[in-house]
Ligand binder design. Structure first.
Ligand SMILES: [Zn+2]
Length: 244
């Protein structure tokens, strides 16, 4: 398993090395800040034991902390939707049980998000802003690690929906999207795609998604129409896209 501190070095790339001097969330120079290693996505979304090849990026402690409220909400709502319940004891995700048990106001919030449709099915009113914030941070981390680019602007597009609600054509388009340009020569993504010896190739599925852990998290870098974006599938349930 990758120890973490050496992730960036281990999967060496030849993209502009100066970029690795920056925090991918705020763009500040790491040397001027207290920093920490951040998993992309959060390790709480995956199952134990954690896989090797778990992307990690060094970021400001402050940036890391700023995300924690949105992330806690994301764990809770995702777990509640997957479990069909707001009750801690019903949660499928251990992190969902933990945060719903310990945070009373969050538990109330998730309870109030739950509605019953006339046909008896559950409808969840989710906070798009907070979930978008989490997905944007993950996308910034992936883009930085894969291409060396900082995606600091507000994204042009942040969308997410359950994979199961997609029609066949939409699902195919989501999964099989083709890039219309190559990643930058020498970037970590370029090396994985074009070097047959690259050990990360074992993570790629037939559609070019990096499968970090089967059924829990996979992502793909999409380079298309002059945009760069990340598509992901979380817990085999939520299809997401964030692009710039
Ligand atoms: Zn920062």
């Amino acid at each position: 398993m990758c120890s973490g501190s050496d992730y960036e070095a281990r999967f060496a790339d030849f993209a502009d090395e100066r970029l690795f001097a920056y925090c991918c969330y705020c763009g500040d120079r790491r040397a001027t800040k207290r920093t920490t290693l951040d998993h992309v996505p959060s390790r709480s979304l995956l199952d134990e034991p954690l896989p090797g090849h778990f992307p990690m990026v060094r970021v400001c402690i402050d940036c890391n902390r700023d995300q924690s409220e949105a992330e806690t909400y994301f764990y809770a709502i995702l777990s509640a939707v997957l479990s069909g319940s707001h009750r801690p004891e019903d949660q499928i995700l251990p992190i969902g049980e933990r945060v719903l048990r310990s945070d009373k106001s969050l538990r109330r919030r998730i309870f109030e998000a739950k509605n019953i449709a006339p046909d008896g099915s559950l409808i969840w009113n989710v906070d798009h802003e907070l979930i978008g914030q989490v997905l944007t941070a993950y996308a910034r981390g992936h883009i930085f690690l894969e291409t060396g680019e900082l995606a600091l602007d507000k994204p042009a597009r942040v969308v997410f929906k359950p994979l199961a609600t997609m029609g066949q054509d939409e699902r195919t388009a989501f999964l099989e999207v083709q890039n219309d340009v190559f990643p930058e020569l020498g970037s970590r993504l370029f090396i994985t795609l074009f070097d047959p010896q690259d050990e990360r190739r074992q993570l790629l599925d037939a559609n070019g998604f990096f499968v970090i852990q089967p059924n829990t998290y996979q992502y793909k870098v999409v380079l298309r129409n002059g945009q760069i974006g990340i598509r992901s599938i979380v817990r085999n349930f939520l299809a997401t896209e964030v692009s710039w």
